[in-house]
Design a protein around this ligand. Structure first.
Ligand SMILES: [Zn+2]
Length: 474
């Protein structure tokens, strides 16, 4: 029997076709779709924020895995020693070459935590799974409990089909990605029990995804590399004094002058393997000057500065063409009738992956050129190399994507944001962000209010995950 919400979702959406070019069905078999839906519902209704942890979501996922036929031998539950409410779950389907180092497992990785949501800000209850007009509403419906449900449902489907892949397939459901630091699941597993996730390839659906613009599927992104996240406080101090006797030296004016210099500075433009491929593929969808500029930036020659400057007018392209640093907060003075003894600006930087935060800090000091300006780094910096956009892998993913959405360009991407892939890449495991959920670029709601997922997209994500698992491990 089909779930009514399933029917509602699949039938109500003209934008996203439920069948492919050959008329094949793009959703999983009804029983698997129903299971995916119920699991999705159950985990969305758990408020798995940082302070509460992932134990309850882990319990639900284990319950479904066992009901789906997995035994205790296949499932490992890992509570974090110092934070037992942060729990990770690993389930494995053994491949024909299990244990052979030439056939290392392929691992899917999905975080079970969410950022918090205030019920007052939402028009539906954030921790209730609400189906409405072809959408599923609730915190985590697009980041990333939809993918967690897709991973678990696909593992169960493969298990019930007695599917034996060439290499092991692992699904790791992990803790505390959003706040992370010492409680982050993948980081914990890598330091405490790396043999549990001894993968040769990681797929992290938290990064990369399909992109919809004005109702059209414009690209399917594969995240291969991330920029480095680093935040500074830049402070000018002064002996202060009475505001009735102002002097030329003033912490606020000095800092404002320094920030003006920063606002006029552009870090050098550069490209890498990922962004060159990105521009090459996106050029095929573009026309006129934009196409010419993208083609110029796809070449492995010196960067065409004029082309980069034109493209960088678009903030999304600007973000992937160079390091960026921007003032995000200001703090200064103690009261209205006192000269400021201190003025601090918070400067948030996204550093190109082949540069170091030390180089960025040095550049900031040179640009702002104020010996009185003092920098403090506010972040623990994690850096990781690019996972090479290997043609064989891109082709495999493209053929699965095209089996569902023919003709959509499949493009490697550099993310300006961060995900758990940074830890697995740092540990030397090539990690790729491949999400199923198609995002409407004009209506991104991850971490925001009234987060939602189109019901038909959810079921297609489940189907895509199943097909990808078979293709990449088969
Ligand atoms: Zn996420």
């Amino acid at each position: 029997m089909r779930n009514p919400l399933y029917l509602l979702g699949a039938a109500s959406c003209a934008l996203l076709l439920a069948t492919g070019a050959q008329g094949e069905v793009l959703t999983p078999p009804p029983a698997n779709a129903r299971l995916a839906h119920d699991l999705f519902r159950d985990i969305v209704e758990v408020r798995s924020v940082h302070d509460i942890g992932t134990a309850q979501v882990a319990k639900i996922i284990v319950k479904y895995l066992k009901a789906g036929g997995f035994s205790d031998r296949d499932i490992v539950v890992v509570p974090e020693a110092a934070h037992p409410n942060q729990v990770n779950v690993i389930v494995r389907i053994k491949g024909r070459h299990h244990g052979d180092p030439a056939y290392k497992p392929v691992m899917w990785m999905g975080h079970m935590d969410v950022v918090d949501a205030k019920a007052d800000d939402w028009s539906v209850p954030p921790f209730k799974f609400t189906g409405k007009n072809g959408w599923f509403y609730g915190r985590g419906t697009s980041d990333m409990k939809d993918e967690d449900a897709a991973m678990a449902a696909s593992m169960i489907r493969l298990h019930q089909e007695h599917y034996v892949p060439e290499r092991d397939i692992i699904a790791a459901f992990t803790a505390d990605e959003e706040v992370g630091q010492d409680q982050d699941g993948p980081e914990y597993l890598l330091t405490h029990d790396p043999k549990l996730i001894d993968a040769g390839l990681i797929i992290n659906p938290d990064g990369g995804s399909g992109e919809i613009l004005d109702g059209k599927r414009i690209a399917f992104g594969i995240e291969t590399v991330q920029k480095i996240y680093v935040t500074y406080d830049a402070t000018v101090t002064n002996r202060g004094g009475h505001s009735s006797e102002p002097r030329p030296d003033n912490a606020i004016y000095e800092l404002a002058g320094d920030l003006t210099k920063l606002s006029r500075y552009s870090f050098p433009f550069k490209t890498n393997t990922t962004t060159r491929l990105y521009f090459a593929r996106m050029a095929q969808e573009a026309s006129g000057q934009r196409r010419t500029d993208m083609l110029a930036l796809s070449r492995e020659t010196e960067v065409d500065i004029a082309a980069a400057q034109r493209l960088a007018k678009d903030p999304a392209f600007n973000a992937i063409l160079h390091t960026t640093c921007v003032a995000t907060m200001l703090k200064a003075g103690v009261q209205e009738n006192a000269l400021p003894s201190r003025a601090t600006a918070t400067i948030q930087c996204r550093v190109m992956p082949d540069e170091t935060p030390a180089e960025t800090e040095a550049a900031l000091k040179t640009v702002m050129a104020d010996p009185k300006l003092h920098f403090t780094s506010l972040t623990d910096v994690t850096t990781a190399p690019e996972s090479p956009p290997r043609p064989a892998l891109l082709e495999k993913v493209a053929s699965v994507v095209h089996s569902m959405w023919p003709g959509v360009p499949v493009v490697p991407e550099m993310a300006a944001g961060a995900s758990d892939s940074i830890f697995t890449r740092k540990a030397g495991i090539p990690s790729y962000g491949i999400g199923g959920g198609w995002n409407d670029l004009h209506d991104l709601r991850m971490h925001g209010r009234n987060e939602r997922m189109r019901a038909s997209t959810f079921y297609q994500t489940v189907e895509l995950t199943y097909r990808l698992m078979k293709s990449l491990a088969g």
